[in-house]
Design a protein around this ligand. Structure first.
Ligand SMILES: C[S@@+](CC[C@H](N)C(=O)[O-])C[C@H]1O[C@@H](n2cnc3c(N)ncnc32)[C@H](O)[C@@H]1O
Length: 178
């Protein structure tokens, strides 16, 4: 259920219904494994908080490694998919906005992956998101943000910026490095 005060969110029922299939390549062990390894290492014997947990792509394999994981997620439709993916309730979830929603407990690591910081479209909102992550962390805890950084050559031309002339036929098809 959404309320009129919720921030706009693209992840409605239609998107949630096909999300796992649509991002299957990003769930492959060779892609996800290093991410889960890093988060499990950072969590140590503590807990992890995922901002924008979605359907549990990262949270579920991290919980399977024995790390207690709590997720915050704005979309009730995505949470319903997470629940379906997690019949044993290995991941706790709170429906809410990651810029302001607080959950009980403290965490060794908080993380926000898959470019999702960009779903918050104002600087004020992104700062609130970082503040909220920090408020959940134990002293010495860590906030991990994964975000694609476009290659300068792939950005549209702008004053003072020029695209690479050396590989004009390849710049538009170069894959994103994560
Ligand atoms: C690209 S998906 C990533 C889901 C998951 N973290 C993953 O890696 O598969 C983006 C998620 O962010 C959620 N989201 C967007 N804005 C949010 C906000 N302000 N607070 C909490 N969740 C948000 C969306 O509902 C969606 O589930």
């Amino acid at each position: 259920m959404t309320s009129p005060t919720d921030p706009p969110n693209h992840f409605d029922e239609d998107v949630a219904a096909t999300y796992d299939a649509d991002v299957a390549a990003m769930s492959a062990p060779e892609v996800l494994g290093p991410t889960v390894d890093l988060l499990a290492e950072l969590a140590g014997d503590g807990a992890a908080l995922e901002l924008a947990v979605g359907t549990g792509r990262v949270a579920l394999p991290l919980a399977a490694r024995g790390v207690p994981v709590h997720g915050i997620e704005l979309s009730a439709a995505m949470v319903a998919r997470l629940r379906a993916n997690d019949p044993g309730r290995t991941v706790q979830v709170t429906v809410g906005d990651m810029t302001s929603t607080r959950v009980p407990g403290t965490f060794r690591v908080a993380y926000l992956v898959f470019n999702t910081v960009a779903n918050v479209t104002t600087q004020e909102g992104q700062v609130a998101c970082f503040r909220n992550a920090a408020a959940h962390l134990e002293p010495g805890g860590c906030f991990v943000v994964e975000n694609g950084v476009p290659q300068l050559q792939r950005l549209p031309s702008a004053s003072g910026t020029s695209r690479s002339r050396s590989r004009p036929s390849t710049w538009a098809s170069t894959s994103t490095t994560w």
